[in-house]
Design a protein around this ligand. Structure first.
Ligand code: NDP
Length: 328
């Protein structure tokens, strides 16, 4: 029998946490044959709510769930962690400046990065979901100099999945028929969903669509603003779809991309496609044996170049801002 994998979830008592934990325990994060120990990190006032969720997890009697620990101490919650899902973050509230948001999140992600550095298992893989996700990942990574930089990633898989869903609806195909979707840049309104390399049932997606106005005026804004549309419709922010994308991100990272396909992950740039080294930016990546590689050699047309550059510029500005706040 396999040794359980230790999975730490921060913000475990939140909306995404509630949607995420049950599916992790059901085997959707790592596989149906991989037992897990859950470590829930919460801020002190939310510990009781986390205990309530843990009671429900017990009551679901998941065969793969071998243990649950709850803590408000990052040093405890990340001890021996193999996978860390950093979901809890400080939301932007009315009147908050960007600097305030970044410094509030620096206060969360810097100590968490240090705790991961000092206590996590050697094979730790980190996914940051809490926003601003790319820059929170940059902060955590900077605080963890002993952990290989490539282990810190941020989530653009929800954007990727949303882009596939929109394209499938537009062209009347199944989501499984769409391959090689790419999200570039920041998980923010500047993100760029790129269909120029995507394929629909083996054909170039851009040729199947053959409508640049739809791409520029409908597709890109629909994907980028989908979060706001969900809030408008549901009266609450997306939670189950965000949780599902987090599971997809880690599952793909651990178990690999299919031949001929790739996924989107925000990862530390090695300078590929003109993205400055060290920024955590979304790229097309293939994964195999628990490691990923940025897909190389794609032609970037002018339409794409302008949009990638705009999103990367925003990431550079965020990096400058957290530098000036001494967070990295
Ligand atoms: P959610 O669980 O709904 O969201 C958590 C984070 O995920 C937010 O930063 C949110 O960003 C982000 N997110 C990323 N992608 C998406 C998406 N597509 N849709 C929605 N959210 C997305 O927040 P809750 O307020 O319900 O829960 C947060 C929990 O985190 C609370 O229980 C709080 O106590 C906890 N927390 C824990 C910390 C810790 O463990 N140390 C630190 C801080 C908070 P956005 O705000 O932009 O929607």
């Amino acid at each position: 029998t396999r040794t359980p994998v230790n999975v730490t979830v921060t913000g475990a008592a939140g909306q995404i946490g509630y949607a995420l934990l049950f599916r992790i325990a059901a085997g959707h994060l790592l596989g149906a044959d991989v037992p897990v120990n859950l470590r829930l990190l919460e801020i002190t006032p939310a510990l009781k709510a986390a205990e309530g969720t843990a009671m429900e997890l017990d009551d679901a009697a998941f065969p793969l769930l071998r243990g649950i620990e709850i803590s408000d101490d990052a040093n405890v919650a990340f001890d021996g962690a193999n996978v860390a899902l950093l979901v809890g973050a400080r939301p932007r509230t009315a009147g908050m400046e960007r600097g305030d948001l970044l410094s509030a999140n620096g206060g969360i992600f810097k100590p968490q990065g240090k705790a991961i550095n000092d206590h996590a298992a050697d094979d730790i893989k980190v996914l940051v979901v809490g926003n601003p996700a790319n820059t929170n990942a940059l902060i955590a990574r900077a605080a963890a100099p002993d952990v290989p930089a490539e282990r810190f990633t941020a989530m653009t898989r929800l954007d990727h999945n949303r882009a596939i869903a929109q394209l499938a609806k537009k062209t009347g195909v199944q989501v499984a028929d769409i391959k090689r979707m790419t999200i570039w840049g920041n998980h923010s309104a500047t993100q760029y969903p790129d269909v120029f390399h995507a394929e629909i049932a083996g054909k170039k997606a851009a040729e199947v669509v053959n409508d640049e106005a739809w791409l520029a005026e409908t597709f890109i804004p629909t994907v980028a603003k989908r979060g706001a549309a969900i809030i408008e419709a549901r009266g609450a922010s997306s939670a189950a779809s965000a949780a599902s994308a987090a599971l997809d991100h880690v599952h793909t990272w651990v178990n690999g991309t299919a031949d001929g396909d790739w996924t989107s992950m925000a990862v530390v740039s090695d300078g590929s496609y003109g993205v400055p080294e060290g920024l955590i930016s979304s790229f097309p990546v293939t994964t195999k044996d628990g490691a990923y590689e940025i897909v190389q050699g794609l032609d970037i047309n002018d339409f794409s170049r302008a949009r990638i550059d705009a999103s990367v510029k925003e990431l550079e500005e965020e990096r400058e801002a957290v530098r000036s706040l001494d967070l990295i």
